[in-house]
Design a protein around this ligand. Structure first.
Ligand code: SAH
Length: 272
């Protein structure tokens, strides 16, 4: 490939200091959705600790001498303990290495990035946050869904369908969010979609509301399933919905009819 930085010198970037951790978002799906800072960090890192949803093509662009450490869930086995991941980051930084902690989407959006950053801060390890494009915004764009549109919504809610115990989050005020915004964007929500939909309908949300489920967003195998809030649980339980998936409740799904630009002929591109 041609020189990626034809007009950028690495001196233009903030220095990736040895002994520091860059907690970095890889973006959703397509490798091209990483930021310039994230891409720069890939080239500089001595160690890369990455999650399951990070596109492996990004690792292929990394410094070839970098050590890569997988920190995601594999084959249904429990994920490595958060404490162990943080310990690895602290140890590697302590050895004077440049540590790239690469997470899918944005590191602070339902990704435990806040917890990791806090552990680093407590341990006195210097870090930088490199934000990323989150699946609930950028992934939807690949499905022809603008997360806001003046004709439909002036507010949006981001929700996780899972808490740390694996159940529907108890701390969410379902009655409030059911009617607070026309659009609700849900992460990790396929497993409990039936009970989430029931809670929203109980609190006054219309069962006829449109639900769009975007699976494998911004990847060649992306699919979008359309249903209603009342029917969403049965569909999710049928096992026909591929994951990872973002579930969108609300009228913005209708824009797909005209904005669905990510057509079959575009999907072979390596970057997005
Ligand atoms: N930090 C990530 C989210 C981590 S939680 C971000 O900002 O995007 C993991 C959840 O994100 C998945 O269960 C799914 O709901 C969503 N997700 C991540 N990548 C996705 C993709 N390519 N397509 C659809 N959903 C995705």
């Amino acid at each position: 490939m041609a020189d990626h930085f034809a007009r950028l010198d690495s001196a233009d970037f903030p220095s990736f200091e040895p002994g520091t951790v860059w907690l970095t978002g890889a973006g959703p799906g397509a490798p091209g959705l990483i930021t310039l800072l994230g891409y720069y960090a890939l080239g500089q890192a001595d160690v890369i600790v990455y999650d399951a949803l990070v596109n492996p093509k990004l690792l292929a662009m990394a410094n070839p001498d970098a050590e890569t450490i997988y920190a995601g869930k594999r084959g249904g086995k429990p994920s490595p303990k958060q404490a162990d991941i943080s310990k690895t980051l602290i140890e590697k930084a302590g050895q004077g290495l440049r540590v790239l902690r690469l997470k899918g989407g944005d590191p602070y959006m339902f990704g435990r990035g806040g917890e990791e950053a806090r552990t680093l801060a407590d341990a006195g390890v210097k870090f930088r946050i490199v934000p990323g494009i989150t699946a609930g915004i950028g992934g939807l764009a690949y499905a022809g869904i603008p997360v806001t549109h003046r004709d439909t919504n002036h507010a949006v809610i981001f929700l996780t369908g899972h808490d740390e115990l694996g159940g529907v989050p108890q701390s969410v005020d379902w009655a409030a969010i059911a009617t607070a915004a026309p659009v609700i964007v849900m992460y990790m929500a396929v497993k409990h979609l039936g009970s989430i939909a029931a809670k929203l309908m109980e609190a006054g949300r219309d069962g006829a509301d449109r639900v769009s489920i975007v699976s494998n967003a911004a990847l060649p195998q992306q699919t979008v399933t359309e249903t209603s809030l009342a029917a969403a649980g049965t569909l999710a339980d049928s096992g026909q919905v591929a994951t990872p998936a973002i579930v969108v409740v609300g009228p913005v799904g209708q824009f797909r009819d005209v904005l669905d630009w990510y057509s079959a002929d575009l999907r072979d591109n390596e970057l997005g």
